[in-house]
Ligand binder design. Structure first.
Ligand code: GLA
Length: 464
């Protein structure tokens, strides 16, 4: 039976060494968080070195020897072995891109109403390893999905793979980005890409925006263009709107591209001005994944957006200066109530009050008033639940349980809703107990398992 010593490279560039009978399975375990404490805290990891040894005892000895090497010696060991090991089926990547998830703290469903949003990029990533090819073929290997797909840059418009089958939805995000770049006259190269995501899909943490932005940064780096990050985010939004068919706003792509370490980023979706906003010092951001998944291209999201457009159309005759719901005050909306279908009125009320809540929240953050900020998060949740109707019983349960726990300052669903995650603001000293108790009570109340984890605000996508 063959034994192997292996090295994985962690998200922060550090190395972890171990031994195993099955390196590929071991890599998956590390990425699933069940491999080792160190790798769980430094995901995603990527297998960079495998050495076959004769038996178990030799494997253990070699592991110790490699662990004693300093970083530079490990790097040269990896470089020497590149191309030799049995799992190296793809060309040596020339470029690695790390693209983060995002959590939105406040300002939900206002980015397509020209409102203010307050997202942060967080330390869950899509890691992309790219090797340019000499032809027009894009080969995608989505390792976490265990799926591959090949398509040609010459047939992006048709949304078909090289065998003529429909492109699967997961492949449409990279394909859409390529399509937008080419429509803007930018030259794209064929590329062989392996990528791996630790951002749960359909969970409200923008796994698709992270993929789009990651690929945009990759193609920019391969081609050497110098587009600014706002433009890259806008191109990615265009890919999602026009190629994938989801009428999303700019928030997600903006956050994945422009995150700032230890900060949220305030984006004015009308002027496109942005400002980093420091997060409260004594509180942590904790995410709770309800385990319920949504498909954003479901008509519900697009319906909400068109309800907002209807509201503007019906309110505007009384107030001609209005361009979007951002301009409508609560008083104006109330005065127009009889003109609006009941559902449209409720949708508009969410947006109008949410725009005001973000303004209020900024003052509270400036005063380091985490408790006051948390109160606004709760108000947002109620508004999303009752007026915008995008919550689920599971998300409501997570918020209700969270607010009963010591140290919880605020809780709300984050992202589009219809399933996915809540975001919680929790006093630092209470975080471990909060995580434990929230999981336990959620399981008892719903019979479902929640993944609950603290996260850190991080920078936008980078080339490593
Ligand atoms: C999704 C969209 C964003 C935004 C949020 C809701 O994440 O992609 O543009 O509209 O929903 O705030």
């Amino acid at each position: 039976m063959p034994y192997f010593c292996y090295i994985v490279e962690c998200a922060d560039g550090s190395f972890y060494t171990g031994w195993t009978l099955d390196p590929a399975r071991r890599e998956q375990q590390h990425n699933a968080g069940t491999g080792a404490t160190y790798t769980r805290l430094h995901r995603p990891v990527h297998l960079v070195y495998i050495e076959e040894v004769s038996d178990r005892s030799a494997a253990m000895k070699r592991e110790v020897a490699i662990k004693r090497m300093d970083h530079t010696r490990k790097q040269s060991l990896i470089r020497k072995a590149e191309g030799n090991h049995p799992l190296n089926t793809h060309p040596t990547p020339t470029l690695t891109v790390l693209s983060p998830a995002r959590v939105n703290l406040l300002g939900e469903h206002v980015d397509y109403n020209e409102g203010l949003v307050l997202p942060a990029a967080i330390d869950r990533y899509v890691t992309i390893k790219a090797s340019p090819s000499s032809d027009q073929t894009i080969s995608l290997h989505a390792l976490d999905l265990k799926a591959s797909c090949q398509f040609s840059l010459d047939s992006l418009e048709q949304k078909k793979d090289i065998e003529g089958a429909d492109l699967p939805v997961w492949a449409q995000y990279p394909a859409g980005v390529a399509w937008v770049f080419m429509n803007h006259g930018l030259e794209i190269r064929g590329v062989d890409v392996e990528y791996f995501s630790t951002i749960p899909m359909g969970s409200g943490l923008s796994s698709s925006a992270a993929v789009e932005v990651g690929f945009a940064v990759m193609w920019q780096a391969l081609a050497g263009w110098k587009l600014d990050r706002l433009t890259l985010a806008q191109f990615c939004q265009e890919a999602e709107n026009r190629y994938v068919g989801v009428n999303c706003g700019l928030m997600d792509q903006f956050a994945c591209a422009n995150g700032v370490k230890d900060h949220a980023v305030l984006l004015d979706t009308r002027t496109l001005e942005s400002t980093p906003v420091p997060l409260p010092e004594d509180a942590a951001i904790v995410i709770a994944d309800s385990g319920v998944r949504r498909v954003l291209s479901d008509s519900s999201y697009n319906e909400r957006r068109s309800d907002c457009e209807t509201a503007v159309r019906l309110v505007k005759p009384g107030y001609p200066g209005i361009r979007s719901l951002r301009d409508v005050t609560p008083t104006q909306l109330d005065a127009s109530k009889d003109l609006l279908p009941a559902v449209v009125y409720k949708r508009a009320r969410h947006v109008v009050t949410e725009v005001a809540r973000v303004q209020e929240a900024l003052g509270r953050l400036q005063n380091n008033d985490a408790r006051g900020f948390g109160e606004l998060m709760l108000e947002t949740h109620a508004s999303l639940r009752d007026d915008y109707e995008v919550s689920t019983p599971e998300l409501d349960a997570l918020v209700e349980i969270a607010m009963e726990l010591p140290g919880c300052l605020g809780a709300r669903l984050t992202g589009a809703g219809f399933g996915g995650c809540t975001v919680n603001l929790v006093q630092n000293r209470n975080v471990p107990g909060f995580i434990r108790k929230l999981k336990k009570s959620y399981l008892a109340r719903t019979g479902k398992k929640a993944e609950v984890f603290a996260c850190h605000a991080t920078q936008g996508a980078i080339v490593k």
